[in-house]
Write a protein that binds this ligand. Structure first.
Ligand code: MD3
Ligand code: FE
Length: 206
């Protein structure tokens, strides 16, 4: 269903077996070296969700081929199967015309515990207008989608559950968005995940 122009939510896009496979891959990527790190914000604070990157490290506000924080190890490679997954996701959500020419080359994986949040922000560090693909695993969260102009209202709040796909293309690509809360204990029990994880796939254009 289209939440805003170019923003399409596909509940239950990943079957339970695929959720498990993706979770296992994310857990492997989260291990050192270049594993989960706490992202420092320019104001001196830290993000409450912890993050692991593939392809390039994201740091506020840009991408780096070598780690500028964390353990200093080189970033893990972005595997070709994630590009295939991103292309299938965009095709299913927006249609084949919306799929980018350039390969998807960056994954950002955010791990949320029950207290983690993500404030309203825009993702403007990519030099490509290719749609961003978001996949959620584990606990349900409230996802807040704003507008391209201001960090403030009007918002649309939707719940993102384990297995859901969200694709952000067109005018929604630069809209403000955030995660005001996670609902602890709502993950599918068979997944074996405490907390929430979100994987985004992007074209860096770099
Ligand atoms: C809209 N992640 O990684 S997912 C992010 O749940 C991010 O971890 C949140 O915001 C999370 O930047 C929200 C939905 C999402 C992801 C990327 C977007 C919405 C987006 C990029 C552009 C526009
Ligand atoms: Fe974002």
């Amino acid at each position: 269903t289209e939440t805003a122009p170019g923003a399409v939510h596909v509940p239950d896009w990943l079957a339970p077996g695929r959720q498990r496979e993706l979770l296992d891959a994310c857990r492997a990527w989260a291990r050192p070296p270049a594993g989960l790190r706490t992202v420092r914000t320019p104001g001196g604070g830290t993000m409450t969700a912890r993050q692991v990157c593939l392809g390039r490290h994201w740091y506020p506000y840009g991408y780096a081929a070598t780690a500028v924080d964390g353990d200093g190890a080189p970033v893990k490679p972005f595997p070709a199967w994630l590009d295939d997954l991103a292309r299938r996701a965009v095709t299913d959500a927006l249609g084949a015309e919306a799929v980018a020419r350039e390969p998807y080359d960056i994954a950002l994986i955010n791990f949320y515990d029950g207290d983690a949040r993500m404030g309203m922000h825009r993702d403007a560090d990519e030099r490509s207008d290719a749609p961003v693909v978001s996949l959620s695993l584990g606990d349900t969260c409230v996802f807040r989608f704003g507008n391209p102009e201001t960090r403030t209202r009007p918002y649309t709040d939707t719940e993102l559950r384990s297995g859901d796909l969200f694709v952000f293309g067109g005018p929604s690509r630069l809209a403000y968005h955030g995660v005001p809360r996670v609902h602890p204990g709502t993950a599918p029990p068979e997944l074996g995940l405490t907390g929430r994880l979100n994987l985004t796939l992007r074209v860096s254009g770099l």
